[in-house]
Every structure is written in C-alpha cells, then in structure tokens.
Design a protein around this ligand. Structure first.
Ligand code: NAD
Length: 498
C-alpha cells in the first residue's frame, strides 16, 4: 500500500461559554439520602475540556461501603417481595424524571467528560431507554412452565433476585454505564451499591438526587471513591452477593480475585479492540463513513470502537484514501461549541498522556501517521483524530487498547487470513464485517470470536439485544433479557403429589 497522507489542520472549537452545570449535593448516597462521608478525604472532579475543577466529592472509605451495604441488606427483603408491576412503575418514573431533566443531565455529563453535545445527548437518550426497556422486561421475564419430570413430582422454577449487587462503573459513558446496571438490577428485584469512576461521579450522584424521593431507601446506594479502596471493598464484602464491573481488564481481574474469597458471582464488561474487516466487494465509501463515526465516537474512548481496520489488499489504497478524507473533516471542539462537533477532549491529563505515548510508540515502530497524530492546544486535553497506516501483522497497535481517536489500518490477502488475524487478540467484545457478498456476510460472523458482530455497520446498539464479550473482554451480558437473567437466580422447587 502506498502511503496516503493528508495535511489536515485541526483546531479546537470553543463555545461562547456554557452555563455552570447543576452539581449534585456533597456526600455519599446511602439509605435514600446524601450523608456525610466517614472520612474527611475528598477528590477533585475536573472538566477535562477546560481543566477547571467542577467540585469535590468524598474519597470514600471501607466504612462508607459497609454502611451502604448494610442499607442495601436492610432493604432487600421488601424490594424482592415487590411485584414486577411495582418495580416496573418505579423504572418508568425514573425514565420520566430523566426525560424531564434531560438538558441538565446532558450538560453535566458534557462538563464532566468533555464530550460533545451530540454524544451527551445520545448517552442520556440511551440511558432513558434502558430504564424503559427494563421496565417492560421486568413484567414479561419468566421461567419455563411447571412440569412433571420425575414420577409423581411437579417441578417449578422460581426466578429470584440475587440479593445485594455491587457495581463499579467506568468514566467513558458515566450515566449510561450506570443505567445499564441500575435498570436491570432493580428490575430483577435486587438492591445495590454502586461506585462510579473517580473521574466522573457527577451524573450518577445527580440521578440519585433526582430520584431519591421515588426509590425506597436502601434500594440504590452510591459510594464515591478510589477503586483500590471502595471498589475493592465492594468486591470482597461478604454481604454483597454479586459484583459487576465495567472497566479495564486489569480492574476486572482484581475484582474477580477479590470476589473469589466469598465465592460471589462476578459480571465483567471489560476492554476491547474491535476489528473492522473490509472485503474487496465492500461499499468502501460506506465503510469509510462507518469508521469515521464508530472509530472516533466519544473520541475513541469506547470499548467497541472501530479502531482496527483489516482491509483486503486490493482495495486498501482506495479505502485508506476515503478514510483519510473522512477523518480530515472531523470537527474537534469543547462542549458548547455546537451540535456538529464530533470529538471532544480526552477524559483526563493522565489519559491524554497515555494516548500521546501510544502515538510516540507508533512513530518509533516506523508506522505511517496518515492524518492527525498530535496534541491540540489547550486548555483541556484534546488530541487530533488520527489514522495510522502501513501496519504489519502483529504490530503492537493491533492488540493494544489505545482508547483514543486513533484508528490503524492493516491489509490481508485471503478470507481465512482476515478471520485468523481478526481473532488474534486477547479481546472478544465486538467486530464488524463489511461486504456485499451474502455468503460472506453469513459465514464470516460465525467464525469471529466476539460478543457482537455487525455486518455493514458498527457500534449500533439496541436495548433489546445483549452486549458483552468473550475472552479477555469478560463475561456476563448487559442489556436485553439476558441482563435480567444475569442479575437473578433460578431455584427449582419440586412437589411430591403421589
Ligand atoms: P478502569 O478499569 O480504570 O476503571 C473502571 C472502574 O474500576 C473505576 O470505577 C475504578 O475506580 C474501578 N477500579 C479500579 N481498580 C479497581 C480495583 N482494584 N477494585 C475494584 N474496582 C477498581 O477503567 P476506566 O479507565 O474507567 O474505563 C475504561 C475501560 O473500561 C476500558 O478498558 C474500556 O474498554 C472499558 N469499558 C468496557 C465496556 C464494556 O461494555 N465492555 C464499556 C465501557 C468501558
């Protein structure tokens, strides 16, 4: 492949200044109210598009977690005894409250993450829909009918809540990832303790404030603080029956290890490095547009991002040209700079440095940066949308999750090679296949080791369908009725009628 490069110049568009976001109260949300934390330690929460400190939140302790778990234990019998109709009504009321406060939640999410208006709007819409879907699912979720499988004995399967569920969420979609857990966990009749990411706790705390008068005390508890203290205590706590984390592989491993001591169930939604396999018969313009959207959505800080292109060698040059043109047009900006801004800032100074270090490695490895590749002028942590080409099989960029606005392009010669190379990753979260050949569109997805495979699309998510990975991306499913299954347990009761 010859090197296609573009001398695009990116600048950070700044808004006219956004109104100060409505911040949540200070405190841990335990037993239905914001309460003072057990320790005086606090942590700054930053706006990564400006570097400004938005507020301080408690840097929680083991004692805070213990108080939250005690509240969840006390609330569990009553919440488990509610009918699906009751639980469903609560989830619908939460969705309505979020809808009524949509602008406030979008502005707060954008301020805490630096994401553009379009992404914040999509996050809040999807979060609202997760509550609505789970409200419906709560009422239709059932088990097989009773039957006789042993002589004179009738078997009945009861579907029960697990009990107290601990949840640990990441920073990339703070409220959406919280909604993906809160909605099915409460729908299935559990009570819970949730720890948001230290960087992005604000919308989760705000949601707690907005719905506090609706949710029975103790059913939902939020504790802010570091993963190694608060997250670790949730994982190890003897009264937590299941722990679910969305985060990196390393954090997932620590949570699973912490959970092993009490043999609690574990639900892991971890990292990804999604291959985008483009065959010679693909609609190349559609594929390039697809990668523009799905590779750079949320600044590429997305576990299913279309970040690793594998394109057939005969169309690689044409595709790369189209992709470079698409990416050169991406608009970078701060929240408030307009609805057409496509990518915002990285989440933090530390993450910005990590992404820039990955770009340095790309240069050291002798790969071509076809467009982008640099930091953008501050304030805030902005990086140019970047395409890396001339990437040989096995180069580090093909397997490392950069989690930034960086897409790499490799080539392949045969279908078999495409499948083998796409599967050569520790991750197994998502992949896409681009082809107009119907036989390929049927056969290739079956050979790919990923929990979601799109055909001629990437990163389209529906609340009715499961989301989750294989291999290093973890196990357990978010969304769909499979999430309700994961957050409940089956009990067999057998009646002797002989
Ligand atoms: P992270 O692993 O650094 O943090 C995630 C959460 O885990 C945070 O709340 C953190 O405080 C907590 N944590 C850290 N160490 C812990 C420990 N020892 N015990 C318990 N909790 C601990 O991840 P991040 O940087 O916030 O998010 C980015 C990662 O999340 C990426 O790898 C991304 O792919 C992944 N992610 C996956 C999905 C998915 O659906 N599979 C969705 C979003 C993000």
């Amino acid at each position: 492949m010859t090197a296609t490069t573009a001398a695009a110049t990116f600048t950070v568009r700044r808004g006219q200044g956004t109104p100060a976001p409505a911040l949540p109260p200070f405190g841990q949300f335990i037993n239905g109210a914001f309460v003072p934390p057990c320790s005086a330690e606090t942590a700054d929460v930053e706006n990564p598009a400006t570097g400004e400190i938005l507020m301080q939140v408690p840097s929680g302790s083991v004692e805070d977690v213990d108080a939250a778990v005690a509240a969840a234990v006390a609330a569990k019998a009553d919440w488990a005894a509610r009918t699906p109709k009751d639980r469903s009504s609560l989830l619908l009321r939460i969705a309505d409250i979020m809808e009524a406060n949509r602008a406030l939640l979008e502005a707060l999410e954008a301020a805490n993450t630096g994401k553009p208006a379009a992404v914040a709007e999509d996050d809040i819409s999807s979060a609202i829909d997760t509550f609505r879907f789970s409200a419906g699912a709560a009422r239709t979720f059932s088990t097989p009918g009773a039957g006789d499988y042993a002589e004179n004995h009738t078997s009945v399967i009861l579907r029960e809540p697990v009990g107290v569920v601990g949840v640990i969420t990441p920073w990339n979609y703070p409220l959406l990832m919280a909604a993906w857990k809160i909605a099915p966990i409460l729908a299935a009749g559990n009570t819970m303790v949730l720890k948001p990411s230290e960087q992005t706790p604000l919308t989760t705390l705000k949601l707690a404030e907005l719905i506090a008068s609706e949710v029975p005390a103790g059913v939902l508890n939020i504790v802010t603080g570091p993963g190694r203290i608060v997250g670790n205590r949730i994982s190890e706590h003897p009264d937590v029956d299941l722990v679910a984390i969305t985060g990196s592989v390393g954090s997932g491993q620590k949570v699973a290890a912490g959970a092993a001591g009490t043999v609690k169930r574990v639900h892991l939604e971890l990292g990804g490095k999604a291959p985008v396999v483009i065959f010679d018969d693909a609609d190349l313009a559609a594929a390039a547009k697809g990668v523009r959207e799905a590779g750079y959505w949320n600044g590429g800080q997305e576990c299913g991002a279309a970040c690793r292109v594998l394109v057939h060698e005969s169309v690689a040059e044409k595709f790369t040209e189209l992709l470079v043109r698409e990416v050169s047009e991406i608009s970078v900006g701060a929240p408030g700079a307009g609805d057409d801004v496509e990518i915002g800032s990285m989440i933090s100074g530390a993450h910005y440095e990590r992404v820039l270090a990955a770009l340095e490695d790309v240069r050291k490895d002798g790969l071509t940066i076809a467009v982008g590749g640099h930091a953008l002028a501050g304030p805030g942590y902005f990086i140019e949308p970047t395409v890396v080409t001339n990437v040989p099989a096995g180069a580090p960029i093909t397997s490392t999750e950069i989690f930034g606005p960086v897409v790499s392009v490799e080539t392949f010669s045969t279908d078999e090679e495409a499948v083998t190379r796409a599967n050569e990753t520790v991750y197994g979260l998502a992949a896409s296949v681009w082809t107009t050949n119907s036989a390929r569109s049927l056969s290739v997805p079956r050979k790919l080791d990923f929990g979601t495979v799109w055909v001629n699309s990437h990163l389209v998510i529906a609340n009715e369908m499961p989301w989750g990975g294989f291999k290093g991306s973890g196990y357990g499913r978010d969304l769909s009725v499979y999430a309700l299954e994961d957050f409940s347990r089956t009990k067999h009761v057998m009646y002797n009628h002989g």
